[in-house]
Ligand binder design. Structure first.
Ligand code: GLP
Length: 274
């Protein structure tokens, strides 16, 4: 696991957007070989989506041959609801880029057979050859996607009951009224993300500092599901200074002094230019 520490959330947004564009471009996707991207929702990746839209508008990246799978979706929230992840993704990203809607996959939490919805999702991911890059965020309790504390670290896509902590944290999107926050969600499993060839996790703010400490400095533990990525061969965490507040000085120093080439998984070692 590698950690890239940047000064601010804005830098995390710019860096991660440029990195995603670079990985797509390097893979030279075509109709015979699509680039497969896993995507998160939440406040943290919003800046990255805005910067990716900018890069797309400047002609620096195209999503014509990109297939996406989102991490999660609430159960029983209509797709047209302003807080559904379907709405979020179309409003904040997909409607601004050149992706073909048939290449966008988001779990549907409104179907009657949620189990089949989840197993079909796993089948589709397998059929296309798995993820080239999975981008994620984390909750303050260290959950990735909706893999709440205690989730199996080899879990696959399934229905999860949300914790009160997660519902409280997400109440800010539902008029600060926890009773409006759905109680269940569909989510990719920790194992689903672990199978990706590359994982990039975005973490910003002092409220995520304890989770980052648990992710990096303590052991693998299903109560902090993000810690599973210590066992992934190619995970990069991109964070801001505030998120490092609970880390040891020597941990921060080590990662700040890493050779930049070690941090960037590049086929060409080309620098990331906007
Ligand atoms: C939700 C999502 C996660 C996301 C987390 C943090 O629980 N299911 O995928 O990472 O919120 O969101 P934010 O970036 O708004 O802090």
């Amino acid at each position: 696991m590698k950690l890239l520490i940047l000064d601010s959330p804005d830098e995390v947004a710019s860096w991660s957007a440029k990195y995603v564009a670079k990985r797509i471009n390097e893979s030279k996707p075509s109709r015979d070989r699509y680039f497969v991207l896993g995507l998160p929702t939440g406040g943290t990746p919003l800046g990255m989506y805005r910067k990716l839209i900018e890069l797309h508008k400047k002609g620096k990246v195209s999503f014509q041959y990109v297939v996406t799978f989102n991490m999660d979706e609430y159960v029983n929230l209509p797709k047209t609801h302003s807080q559904s992840y379907h709405y979020f993704m179309y409003d904040n990203f997909f409607k601004h880029i050149d992706i073909d809607p048939k290449n966008v996959h988001i779990l549907d939490g409104t179907v009657s057979d949620l189990k089949s919805e989840c197993s079909d999702y796993e089948k589709k991911i397998k059929q296309i050859g798995g993820f080239d890059l999975f981008i994620g965020g984390i909750g303050a309790d260290g959950h990735i996607a909706f893999n709440e504390p205690g989730s199996s670290l080899v879990s696959r896509t399934r229905v999860k009951t949300l914790t009160d902590d997660t519902r409280e944290a997400n109440a800010r999107f539902f008029d600060n009224d926890i009773s409006q926050v759905p109680r269940e969600a569909l989510t990719v499993g920790v194992g689903t993300v672990m199978d990706a060839r590359e994982v990039m996790i975005l973490i910003t703010g002092s409220h995520k500092a304890f989770a980052l400490y648990k992710a990096i400095e303590e052991g693998v533990n299903h109560m902090w599901t993000i810690s599973a990525f210590q066992l992934h061969p190619n995970t990069l965490m991109v964070c801001d200074e505030d998120a490092t507040l609970e880390l040891k000085v020597k941990t921060v120093k080590y990662f700040k002094n890493l050779n930049p080439h070690e941090l960037i998984n590049s086929d060409s070692n080309a620098s990331i230019k906007s």
